[in-house]
Design a protein around this ligand. Structure first.
Ligand SMILES: CC(C)(COP(=O)(O)OP(=O)(O)OC[C@H]1O[C@@H](n2cnc3c(N)ncnc32)[C@H](O)[C@@H]1OP(=O)(O)O)[C@@H](O)C(=O)NCCC(=O)NCCS
Length: 219
């Protein structure tokens, strides 16, 4: 069994820049089969924090592991960080004696409420190019967690921190495009489905099955 499997716990908040998972509450352990061999639980400390420019090469590798051919390039991530640094969030795994490791990310950009007029228009542009500083909607792009560390609550905490960014900026909504696998996760975070987007990501249904627009009202 790999070191990062087993029961996970979070640690206390470390600073106002970095938020450790659940403020100290235990994270869900991944589901195990009945016949699984019990192993000594590993303690994982995962901190959610804003990205810095020197994180982006590693973040690009996580993007690629999560999204394959749809993964954002280093250049695109640099543009997203420049657009709205406080909403470019990383999940960082911290283990004693080891270098911290980026294991998840999401990046928020600002949209006006009438953007995009058509979601086909959205697919033709890079998310960084959709950023509009006058917007009051936080659009979350690239919600992803390293496949080896899923189902431990990291994704939920990334989203919750992103929602907090939206609240702190007094934005009106948080919006994202969900696939059918992630819908229940976003519902847990408070999002509601607005409508299906059946013509979006037609070439990428393996990565984005049954895309839907989801929104969370902040005010
Ligand atoms: C979505 C994702 C970020 C969730 O990360 P996570 O740390 O596993 O999330 P949590 O542990 O907080 O929550 C688990 C939930 O994630 C969702 N999920 C599980 N596997 C998933 C997958 N392969 N793809 C998308 N969502 C998934 C489910 O809703 C699950 O809840 P459930 O256990 O009730 O079914 C992660 O699965 C991922 O990177 N998936 C691939 C990229 C993607 O689809 N992103 C969402 C874009 S819409």
């Amino acid at each position: 069994m790999k070191e990062n499997q087993g029961t996970t716990t979070s640690s206390q908040r470390t600073s106002n820049q970095a938020n450790s998972l659940a403020g100290g509450a235990p994270l869900r352990a991944p589901a195990r089969g009945m016949g699984a061999v019990a192993a000594r639980p590993a303690i994982l400390r995962v901190v959610i924090r804003p990205a810095r420019p020197d994180d982006l090469e590693e973040a690009t590798l996580v993007e690629r592991r999560v999204w394959g051919r749809l993964g954002a390039s280093l250049n695109e991530l640099q543009r997203r960080l420049f657009a709205l640094p406080e909403a470019f969030l990383l999940a960082e795994l911290q283990r004693p004696g080891q270098a911290p490791q980026i294991v998840g990310l999401t990046n928020g950009l600002l949209w006006t409420r009438d953007f995009p007029r058509s979601y086909l228009e959205y697919e033709r542009i890079l998310p960084s190019a959709s950023h509009n500083p006058r917007g009051d909607v936080l659009y979350l792009a690239s919600v992803g967690v390293d496949p080896s560390l899923r189902a431990r609550g990291i994704g939920l905490h990334l989203i919750q921190e992103a929602i907090e960014v939206g609240r702190r900026r007094h934005l009106k909504q948080v919006r994202l495009i969900a696939n059918s696998r992630a819908r229940s996760l976003y519902e847990r975070a408070g999002f509601a489905t607005v409508r299906p987007l059946p013509r979006l990501f037609r070439q990428h249904r393996d990565l984005m099955p049954q895309p839907v627009l989801m929104e969370l009202q902040l005010v």
